[in-house]
Design a protein around this ligand. Structure first.
Ligand SMILES: *Cc1c(COP(=O)(O)O)cnc(C)c1O
Length: 397
């Protein structure tokens, strides 16, 4: 199909909820993707931190194929062995003791919000239901997670929002301390803000937050939907900060491109949910879990993926900082951890995204002026070099 026809049908049949770039991607392998124009692209978006092993990783493909032949879906009214295997893998490799599965990041955060409220109301008082989140955070688009998202631009027009949420500046511990009151049941944070512009907090911020929660019996929720699954060079971002949360949510990279979400917690907080309290029809289905098992096993197999992520992340940042030194009037900052990387510009980033597309690279822009790079964790030095050349071309114009 010609692109003009694709674009026409898209406008006719698809709700207009995205400003889409003028291309349809048809095929992907590793970091490469091919468009309806027949051109090859270097994919530094990877479905927004989703295809952690690149497009169509053979282990993920085979796992899906095998499972699709055996059993695709079965209700959670029965034990699902793949779900149990996946839960065991996640628990063994994290602070957590129990897992709940759903289908997306927003759903995982909904589960976390509901569990925090339920646990607090049952174990403390009926009036303990407030959740503090950060300004510029992103937690999803459902009504509760939209309310949790500390950005008015996403909330406008959808009121009244849910009760019981308040917001504090990110990485500002005194502000968080001052915002606590007797009704606070939980604090919900991204250990690294993604959509908000790739913000890495200072070394002691999350440690102080953990202590504050311990002192006041407040539940600490980490939204690792974007930062989790090896993205930062460790399986989970919290591992960089020497602390653990009470609840953690995952989605994006968890299924290596297949939709799946997860809420992880300890036995203590897991006790807040009993049969009938929360559920998901598709959550933890055999097919999605097979993809997630293959993804995690590949990430952890021999340490290569995480190690590569750390090394390539450092290499990438060095190169971006070099670019910044060439164009100090255009580039404000380059930052990140592992392969969640941002480059803040003086101006709107969208024209740069479009220019990169024309030159064969897929990148993303968030928070208006922050170019976001979330390549697959298997990216190689020469691919980073190619992207840097393209950025140099485009920014230097
Ligand atoms: C993408 C994202 C979400 C929402 O995930 P969906 O799967 O789109 O619902 C939530 N939190 C963070 C940190 C995210 O990056």
């Amino acid at each position: 199909m010609e692109f003009s026809k694709i674009s026409e049908d898209s406008a006719r049949y698809i709700l207009n909820t995205y400003n889409r770039l003028p291309i349809a991607i048809r095929k992907g392998r590793g970091i490469k993707a091919w468009g309806s124009d027949g051109k090859e692209y270097l994919d530094f978006v990877s479905g927004i931190a989703t295809n952690v092993l690149g497009h169509c990783h053979p282990k993920v493909v085979v796992a899906i194929q095998k499972q699709a032949q055996r059993l695709i879906h079965i209700s959670n009214y029965y034990h699902i062995e793949n779900q149990i295997r996946l839960a065991k893998l996640l628990v063994t490799n994290s602070f957590a003791e129990k897992a709940f599965f759903c289908n997306s990041g927003a759903e995982a955060n909904e589960a976390a919000i509901k569990l925090a409220r339920k646990y607090s109301i049952e174990n403390f008082t009926q009036n303990r239901f407030k959740i503090i989140t950060a300004l510029n955070s992103f937690h999803g688009r459902t009504m509760a997670t939209l309310t949790a998202t500390g950005q008015e631009k996403f909330q406008k027009g959808f009121g009244p929002l849910l009760q019981g949420f308040s917001y504090v500046p990110y990485n500002d511990f005194p502000a968080l301390e001052a915002a606590l009151d007797k009704a606070t049941c939980a604090i919900m944070l991204e250990p690294i803000q993604g959509e908000g512009g790739i913000k890495v907090p200072s070394a002691d911020y999350l440690k102080n937050v953990r202590e504050l929660c311990d002192k006041n019996n407040i539940i600490l929720i980490f939204d690792e939907v974007q930062s989790g699954m090896g993205r930062t060079g460790k399986l989970f971002a919290y591992e960089h900060f020497g602390i653990t949360p009470d609840i953690m949510t995952l989605a994006k990279g968890l299924g290596g491109g297949v939709p799946i979400g997860c809420m992880l917690t300890t036995n203590k907080f897991a006790s807040g949910f009993q049969p009938g309290n929360h559920a998901s029809t598709f959550g933890g289905n055999p097919l999605a879990c097979a993809a997630a098992i293959a993804t995690i096993e590949t990430i952890l197999e021999d340490g290569f993926v995480l190690d590569n992520c750390t090394r390539m992340g450092e290499y990438f940042l060095t190169k971006l900082n070099l670019l910044k030194s060439y164009y100090p009037e255009q580039i404000v900052d380059a930052r990140g951890k592992g392969l969640i990387v941002g480059m803040e510009l003086m101006r709107d980033g969208l024209p740069i995204v479009k220019a990169c597309l024309e030159k064969g690279a897929l990148i993303n822009c968030t928070a208006g002026n922050v170019l976001r790079f979330t390549p697959p964790l298997i990216v190689e030095e020469n691919e980073i070099d190619k992207l840097i050349d393209i950025l140099d071309d485009v920014i230097g114009k």
